[in-house]
Write a protein that binds this ligand. Structure first.
Ligand SMILES: *[C@@H]1O[C@H](CO)[C@@H](O)[C@H](O)[C@H]1NC(C)=O
Ligand SMILES: *[C@@H]1O[C@H](CO)[C@@H](O)[C@H](O)[C@H]1NC(C)=O
Ligand SMILES: *[C@@H]1O[C@H](CO)[C@@H](O)[C@H](O)[C@H]1NC(C)=O
Ligand SMILES: *[C@@H]1O[C@H](CO)[C@@H](O)[C@H](O)[C@H]1NC(C)=O
Length: 498
């Protein structure tokens, strides 16, 4: 498989397609041809690196030298695990994945040299929320251990300026030795830094929907992925972190971005690596477009291309879904994703399922648009868009917890690909808010192990068929449904965003 990994990165898409189909790859003549081709290319890359001075621009020389670096570091046996926070009290028939708390704990215990965290806001203790919730203990432990690490390792935190309040957690971490930069996304793009990921020792990563909030571990439903021992993927995510780190200081967005932020890995030329011993194509997308250095696929393009690639189904689980912007003045109609879903349903007869969250803070205008989508359902014409709402129930005590008890997942799974993101699905998140996503494609692999795609589909199916999901029909009284879960008079200042 190593050879495969190597040549895939160097041979361009077309010659790869024409040269060796998957069946032909098994043909030994083909292997020999490829091996020689790979040797020639490796020699060429090595020669090129020797003969050209280090380039500082996007000149092919710098691309080639980066390619060389990547090839060396990509021998790591990357291990990916889907991780979830299942709110206290939720029960499912089928088993769940390891928890996000376990993943973060593991990352902290693995950390030897550095921890970089991109975050929206921090509130890991009861103190910040003014609650006395025993379920805050996991968040409190995460904060304590991060503070310990901050004294020993290189800990860097990028946080949104608006989201950076309340300050207590960040003050503790700074006093313990962490370097913290606030990113004033409102001033830069009229958005927020909404990204949530970790890069540990430039080798392990976490990315997903969970905020640095104790509720994200025990009271809000979240999904993410952790990838261990994967320095080539970590190096690429680190570039996105370094971009936040840079603008946190410079307070302006470089244009163009310096070449050190460029990437070779995107929707057209994904990184080829073994994930759980399965050959995989992987890339990271990012938003907003002004934060995408050369080569980076903007998050919206990534979503649209994943949808476009689907042949059988597109299953989406996001907190909010709106074919509009939410935070611009005035609000705009923004139907890029909505149109693509209707197009896929009509032109390719792809089955589309949307599992959207519903809680007292759901924007009311979301519901007519969801009803509209769900009306594109007609078996005679083979139109099959279905929408369901997921409600996280709350007992009287849980109802007292402000801004909790909601499904905050942000992912999509098609018959081919798993997409794990950090953004709500409305215009703002792709136009001016910072977010990122991991796209995993194992379509070509014949591994006996369950693919990431099939694991993510199992999560979707579990939730879709659970007692917590309700179909949206034209006559549904959605307001009542969504209010059912609630009634907290928030004890703290309502937070505008989760
Ligand atoms: C990373 O790889 C090393 C060496 O194979 C292994 O001992 C370690 O357990 C791996 N780490 C994780 C978190 O899987
Ligand atoms: C996934 O990989 C297959 C096979 O390599 C490719 O044809 C397809 O375009 C990829 N899909 C996406 C969304 O990248
Ligand atoms: C468990 O499965 C049964 C049968 O499919 C279903 O009726 C029930 O609602 C499920 N329970 C939960 C908690 O999802
Ligand atoms: C998603 O959108 C809702 C409604 O606008 C907002 O309350 C929530 O904070 C957003 N969640 C994010 C930003 O993930």
């Amino acid at each position: 498989m190593k050879t495969d990994v190597t040549y895939n990165q160097m041979v361009d898409e077309d010659s790869r397609r024409q040269g060796c189909s998957r069946r032909a790859r098994l043909d030994s003549r083909c292997w020999i041809a490829l091996a020689s081709l790979a040797c020639v290319l490796v020699a060429a890359v090595v020669l090129y690196r020797f003969l050209t001075p280090p380039a500082s621009s996007d000149h092919p020389a710098s691309v080639a030298s980066r390619l060389g670096e990547k090839l060396e570091s990509c021998s790591d046996p990357c291990r990916i695990v889907l991780v979830e926070s299942i709110p206290e009290g939720l029960e499912f028939n089928s088993s769940s994945n390891p928890s996000i708390f376990q993943a973060w704990s593991r990352l902290m215990s693995e950390a030897r040299s550095s921890v970089d965290i991109a975050s929206f806001y921090w509130t890991l203790t009861n103190e910040d929320t003014g609650t006395h919730e025993p379920t805050a203990s996991q968040g409190e432990e995460v904060l304590k251990r991060l503070a310990e690490l901050s004294g020993k390792l290189d800990v860097r935190i990028a946080v949104d300026l608006q989201g950076g309040k309340p300050q207590a957690d960040l003050t503790l971490l700074r006093d313990s030795g962490a370097a913290i930069r606030t990113v004033d996304m409102r001033a830069l793009t009229s958005g927020v830094l909404h990204t949530k990921f970790w890069v540990v020792d430039k080798k392990h990563i976490y990315i997903g929907s969970a905020n640095m909030d104790w509720r994200s571990l025990t009271q809000v439903k979240e999904l993410g992925a952790v990838v261990y021992n994967c320095s080539c993927l970590a190096a690429d995510l680190e570039k996105i972190f370094e971009a936040y780190w840079l603008v946190g200081e410079s307070e302006s967005i470089p244009s163009p971005w310096p070449s050190s932020f460029s990437t070779l890995y995107n929707k057209d030329t994904p990184l080829q690596l073994p994930l759980n011993s399965t050959p995989s194509s992987v890339y990271l997308s990012s938003s907003p477009p002004s934060f995408c250095a050369a080569g980076r696929t903007p998050d919206l393009q990534s979503i649209l291309s994943v949808m476009d690639d689907a042949e059988k189904f597109i299953y989406i689980a996001v907190m909010n879904y709106l074919p509009t912007t939410e935070f611009t003045h005035p609000k705009r109609y923004w139907a890029d994703i909505d149109t693509q879903l209707r197009r896929s349903a009509f032109e390719k007869r792809v089955g589309v399922r949307l599992l959207i969250s519903c809680w007292p803070n759901s924007p009311p205008v979301m519901f007519p648009f969801l009803k509209s989508l769900s009306s594109v359902h007609d078996s005679k014409n083979k139109l099959d868009i279905q929408v369901r709402l997921f409600v996280v129930p709350a007992d009287p005590r849980q109802k007292q917890i402000p801004y909790a008890r909601v499904n905050h997942n942000k992912y999509m799974v098609t018959d081919k690909v798993a997409y794990i993101g950090t953004s709500n699905w409305s215009g703002d998140y792709f136009l001016n808010t910072a977010g990122s996503a991991l796209v995993v494609n194992q379509t070509g692999s014949q591994s006996p192990d369950p693919s990431v795609q099939s694991q993510l589909k199992a999560v979707f199916d579990r939730d879709w068929h659970s007692a917590y999901s309700t179909p949206v029909t034209h006559s549904s009284n959605l307001k009542n449904l969504c209010m059912r879960s609630i009634a907290p008079t928030p004890q703290i200042q309502p937070r505008e965003e989760l």
